[in-house]
Design a protein around this ligand. Structure first.
Ligand SMILES: [Zn+2]
Length: 495
């Protein structure tokens, strides 16, 4: 049997291993020997280059297509091979034609023409997890550029959650208030779920002991002021414009944005029934005019929903709640999978997790090297300045650039840490919640049902009498893995 080895390596990995073959490649070769496979080519992707991976991936596909014999592709783990379902489509076609077998060493998984659906699921899940991880990282990196923090100082009294301080030389600083900053973060976190009104947050903060600097309990408008204040994620408002400030942010821009979205979607005037527990309250908008869909009770027991027709260009169509629930329950059923399959998936997630950690370590090492290079440049430049080789202006300008670059690197490194702590946990929670979603839903009170729907769906819309829905990404993935229509299709439609 002919085989191709595919390894993802970094220059870092090669460096530390000296002239020897990178460990990954060696393991793949050992695997081929054990299985008596004839290795006809070896490909090495550069870990940090997307372009390199894409072109080499195409080369591999080409070679398999042209080959008369079936090819076995040996890869360390799923996420070393691919990061998207687009790639799955290409690989899967070759698999179905019996031109390709995939051997994932660490997952101990072989995918071939006659693989059963459980094996295919494990493969898909590996891709799904790798993809979520990459998305998470690239989002974070994008954000760095969005909110590049430049020097920006604020005068006057620090906002709640921060303290004004001054050192012995009288240099004024604004630092996070160790007592109140955690409360501020919690306010944003609670509100971002969409399940807590500002009134409830006022009560929670009162119970948990947040007080203003004047030792008063916070009121609704103060909570609102906090939720609207960009200072907490790193910007300050000045004459209607936002400017980055230089102090430590308490929350991420994403969390702030999420809260803005929740606030925009809250009904402007509280509906007279809004305290009653309607399952779809505040979750649906009209797909025709964008207005909120509100519930009303008929004959004291039937719940109907309709468009508020706030813009006066739509029509009120009444839809019974039980009708709206039917497609939801059907969908939740579809999320369920046998426990044995879940165990299997969790097991393979653990191996993917290991591979991902390696990837991450490499990325962090690269960042650390960049950091060291810049530090070196700064010190060389300092000598240049001392010796009069460059002007003071030039020195200041360059120094500022270097400091910004250092800030970026620190930010990116931190993002990797954050991604790490949520990655595996998220995947397991998603799986177990998906498993029990229908059961939890059926046995819940309306308010809990509402929260669960809010957690599972990214937007619910009503088109006349028809409910339009979109599962949030990880759940869409589970549903996809479960129903498995045509590979990649649902995923790419619903990224
Ligand atoms: Zn409407």
């Amino acid at each position: 049997m002919k085989a191709i080895i595919l390894a993802r390596v970094s220059t870092e990995e090669q460096m530390t291993e000296g002239q020897s073959i990178p460990a990954q490649l060696a393991r793949a070769q050992e695997y081929a020997r054990r299985k008596s496979l004839d290795v006809i080519s070896e490909y090495q992707f550069n870990e940090s280059s997307v372009k390199d991976r894409r072109t080499k991936f195409e080369k591999v596909i080409d070679q398999i297509k042209k080959s008369k014999d079936k090819i076995i592709l040996i890869v360390e783990t799923v996420d070393r091979l691919q990061r998207s379902f687009k790639e799955s489509v290409m690989l899967d076609e070759l698999r179905k034609q019996d031109k390709l077998e995939l051997h994932f060493i660490r997952e101990n998984l072989i995918i071939h023409k006659d693989s059963n659906s459980s094996e295919i699921q494990r493969w898909d899940l590996g891709v799904f997890v790798a993809k979520s991880f990459v998305l998470q990282i690239s989002d974070n990196v994008k954000r760095t550029f969005d909110q590049k923090l430049k020097k920006g100082e604020v005068t006057g009294k620090a906002t709640l959650g921060y303290l004004n301080t001054a050192d012995e030389k009288g240099n004024r600083e604004i630092v996070p208030d160790p007592d109140r900053a955690p409360f501020i973060v919690r306010i944003f976190e609670l509100y971002s779920t969409g399940n807590y009104s500002m009134e409830r947050i006022v009560k929670i903060m009162k119970e948990e002991g947040l007080k203003s600097k004047m030792q008063n309990i916070l009121k609704i408008r103060q909570i609102e002021f906090i939720l609207k204040n960009p200072f907490y994620y790193g910007q300050r408002e000045h004459k209607g414009q936002l400017y980055p400030h230089k102090y430590s942010p308490l929350i991420t821009y994403d969390l702030f944005r999420q809260c803005q979205k929740v606030r925009e979607n809250y009904p402007k005037k509280p509906h007279k029934y809004s305290t009653k527990p309607y399952i779809f309250r505040g979750l649906m908008t009209c797909s025709r005019c964008g207005c909120t869909i509100t519930p009303e009770i008929h004959k004291k027991k039937y719940i109907y929903y309709h468009c508020t027709n706030y813009k006066k260009n739509c029509e009120k169509i009444w839809v019974n709640e039980t009708e709206l629930l039917k497609p939801i329950v059907k969908l939740l059923k579809g999320l369920k999978m046998p426990q044995a399959r879940i165990d299997e998936m969790v097991q393979s997630l653990k191996t993917t997790e290991q591979a991902k950690n390696e990837f991450q370590e490499i990325q962090i090492k690269i960042l650390r090297q960049e950091h060291d290079t810049i530090e070196k440049r700064i010190s060389v430049m300092y000598n240049d300045r001392l010796d009069g080789r460059i002007s003071a202006d030039m020195y200041d300008q360059k120094l500022r650039e270097f400091k910004e670059a250092l800030y970026d690197i620190a930010f990116k490194t931190k993002q990797f840490d954050n991604a790490n702590s949520t990655y595996y946990v998220t995947a397991s929670i998603v799986l177990s919640l998906a498993q029990r979603a229908e059961e939890i839903f059926e046995s819940s009170e309306p308010e809990e049902k509402r929260q669960l729907l809010n957690f599972l769906f990214q937007n619910l819309q009503l088109d006349g009498k028809e409910l339009l829905y979109k599962l949030k990404t990880p759940f869409a993935g589970v549903l996809y893995a479960n129903t498995h229509h045509s590979l990649g299709e649902i995923w790419e439609l619903n990224p």
